[in-house]
Design a protein. Structure first.
Length: 224
């Protein structure tokens, strides 16, 4: 199996795993037990797993013979999805591991919060982006989590549903505590985004260096 085939198989396999886990949780718990569909799609974990699955599928199709190279926006979108899914893994395993998040199926929890985040980062490092990412992608990547935070806090104030405890003023010592949590999370997200961009550019540079090209590395390690 060459690296192109390996990349396609890797991405399709983990996309299928993530979508299966999300689907099982949705139908076996949310629908079967009569929970809110809006609430289900208000969790950053579910949205990020769906997003990285779509990116995996699209990027796998991009590697098929005869397909065009991804555009700059495609690469930037892929990097953003990696940041989001990595953020899911980091936040859950450092802040939310001991927090009750509702009737979450154990194996689904492992897949969505551990396995898929690791797969997203591994994919980014093994199959580097085809183009160098400018720093301006970092603030663009931060728009979605900022909008999500505003939505979560605003909606919670309206109907009392908070997907995560740090958005809940009753669990965070008031709205001052919520604001502090949001600032900390946005700062952490910024640092993570910078690191993801740096790692992608570092791998891109190593695979396009004269030494790598003389060894044939770009051919053996398709990127995109």
């Amino acid at each position: 199996m060459n690296t192109r085939t390996a990349a396609i198989a890797f991405r399709l396999a983990f996309a299928a795993l993530a979508l299966t886990a999300v689907g099982v949780q949705f139908f076996a718990v949310t629908i079967a037990q009569g929970h809110s569909i809006l609430n289900f799609f208000s969790y950053f974990t579910n949205l990020s797993n769906i997003m990285i699955s779509i990116v995996f599928i699209v990027s796998a199709l991009r590697l098929l013979p005869g397909r065009k190279d991804p555009s700059d926006s495609d690469v930037a979108i892929r990097g953003g999805a990696v940041v989001y899914i990595a953020f899911v893994g980091i936040v859950f395993n450092t802040i939310l591991a001991d927090v009750a998040l509702g009737p979450l199926i154990p194996w689904v929890n492992v897949v969505l919060h551990m396995i898929v985040p690791i797969a997203g980062v591994v994919d980014w490092l093994l199959w580097a982006p085809r183009r160098r990412l400018p720093f301006r992608v970092v603030p663009w990547w931060m728009i979605w989590p900022a909008v999500y935070s505003v939505y979560s806090v605003t909606r919670g104030a309206i109907d009392g549903f908070y997907p995560y405890p740090f958005f809940n003023p009753e669990a965070s010592g008031g709205y001052g505590g919520v604001a502090l949590w949001c600032l900390v999370l946005i700062l952490a997200f910024f640092i993570l985004a910078v690191l993801v961009r740096w790692a992608g550019n570092l791998r891109h540079r190593s695979l396009t260096s004269p030494a790598a090209q003389s060894d044939g590395l770009p051919e053996r390690a398709p990127r995109g």
